[in-house]
Design a protein around this ligand. Structure first.
Ligand code: AMP
Ligand code: MG
Length: 440
């Protein structure tokens, strides 16, 4: 890590050289850790709340979810078939014949004994009788009628097709570990244990604002040179994926007084402020001035494309609040906003909110065409993940890759991530790919 981005409370992070994305991520993660420690000292109990399962999607579990029961609660059948005592099994093809003494259904167990030459017709999920340990699936029998069945001795092994008590979860053990970003399967799992509500970290309050004299709100007329503010809407969509509490601070003009007032307002309300625009070389100067008064913020040139300029740091507590506000000043270009959110903001929000896994999943696919790339910066190209004729995963870029061209993002379903050192890509090369689905 370069000395230039060491963080100290009273000196803004100054940076002249380009910063590797990994260094930027490290610096962000370090500051987030500091904020977490401070918030623990202030009020850790107030950061946890209980929510019912229907409210818990994409929240972060604050305590291990301990199983109050064994799952399954008793041995049961994994197949539709016949339960019997496996002592009669062997290695030969000889056919064993057993008498059928009854039927066990899921939720309707068989009451009675099953002797050595007997078996029980059994449905998936039905309790295994205590004197049986094996199930022969219906389709593996040589013959099966109401009263008898026959099957080859070596058709099943002893103990097969039986689910053991506690094989999925044991009483008192963690079914889901603290720090999990709760997904649909976790909610189903909690319900399967009879648990109706979960302890989760409180939703982070995240303020968003757009800065730029040229920006107009939806519904306003577009005069010459003006454009609609799209960034607040893509940011809202991105934040909604994380079930956060969004505070929309609207559009702020490019003048120091308005920006300062907006930042103070956001700092009084939010744990995190995400602004877009106003951090590029021509505009950063007065933003820097304001930030020197309000907090400790670095203005970074990151070796990446898109998304080169970015401001990051924290705003000091305002109006008697004792909470600092994490600040991301994202570039104004609409694609750059989404790329920097994906690369830096998403994992910081998850980390700040107690998630144990903050990195999105990645995969690899084969380039369909050559891609031009200069070594010395990380690139996030928009692409479509598909499948070649041989069934292998492939990626194809979506149209023009300019940082302002939102359509390239809208048509894509993934980023191709070309690492810092990478040069030109040849068709057929394997590339790192991050799927948008569920993330962006
Ligand atoms: P800036 O980072 O402020 O220099 O902006 C870079 C480019 O992004 C300019 O073309 C801006 O007009 C555009 N831009 C900035 N903010 C937004 C926004 N909220 N929505 C759409 N485009 C924006
Ligand atoms: Mg601007």
């Amino acid at each position: 890590m370069t000395d230039l981005i060491q963080h100290s409370p009273n000196s803004p992070i100054l940076l002249t050289a380009s910063l590797h994305v990994d260094e930027a991520r490290k610096a962000i993660s370090n500051l987030v850790n500091e904020l977490i420690e401070e918030s623990h000292k202030l009020n850790s109990a107030g950061n946890i709340e209980s929510v019912t399962l229907d409210q818990a999607i994409n929240r972060i579990l604050a305590e291990d979810l301990l199983s109050p029961i064994d799952v399954p609660a008793a041995d049961n059948s994994a197949m539709d078939g016949f339960a019997f005592h496996g002592e009669c099994l062997g290695n030969s093809e000889d056919v064993i014949t057993l008498k059928v003494v009854g039927t066990a259904y899921a939720g309707k167990p068989y009451i009675g004994d099953v002797g050595p030459d007997e078996c029980l017709k059994i449905m998936t999920g039905a309790l295994m009788p205590h004197d049986c340990d094996t199930v022969i699936p219906q389709e593996f029998t040589e013959f099966a009628n109401e009263s008898t069945i026959g099957f080859k001795q070596n058709q099943v092994k002893r103990g097969e097709n039986r689910r053991l008590r506690g094989e999925d979860l044991q009483i008192g053990k963690a079914a889901v570990a603290a720090g999990r970003l709760l997904r649909p399967s976790d909610l189903g799992l909690a319900a399967s244990l009879g648990i109706a509500s979960l302890k989760v970290h409180r939703r982070l309050k995240v303020a968003i604002l757009s800065s730029g004299d040229e920006l107009r709100s939806l519904g306003q007329p577009l005069d010459t040179g003006s454009i609609y503010d799209s960034n607040r809407y893509s940011l809202t969509g991105l934040l909604n994926r994380l079930n956060l509490d969004i505070i929309d601070c609207g559009i702020v003009r490019d003048d120091p007084a308005s920006l300062k007032a907006a930042f103070i307002d956001a700092a009084s309300k939010a744990d995190v402020l995400i602004s877009s625009g106003g951090v590029s070389v021509g505009e950063a100067d007065f933003t820097k001035q304001i930030m020197q008064e309000l907090g400790d913020v670095g203005f970074w040139k990151i070796a990446m494309r898109p998304g080169r300029p970015m401001a990051f740091g924290m705003l000091k507590p305002v109006q008697g609040s004792n909470r600092k506000t994490l600040f991301f000043g994202l570039p104004g270009n609409p694609v750059a906003v989404m790329v920097t959110f994906y690369q830096f903001v998403r994992s910081a929000l998850l980390q700040l909110n107690g998630a144990s896994q903050t990195e999105p999943p990645m995969t690899q696919a084969i380039a369909e065409t050559p891609i031009r790339k200069k070594p010395g910066r990380t690139e996030f190209q928009r692409a479509i993940l598909g499948r070649g004729q041989d069934g292998k995963p492939t990626v194809k870029l979506t149209g023009s890759q300019g940082a302002g061209i939102l359509r390239s993002m809208s048509e894509a379903n993934c980023f191709v991530i070309l690492p810092h050192e990478q040069g030109n890509v040849a068709a057929g090369d394997w590339l790192d790919v991050a799927l948008f689905d569920g993330l962006l």
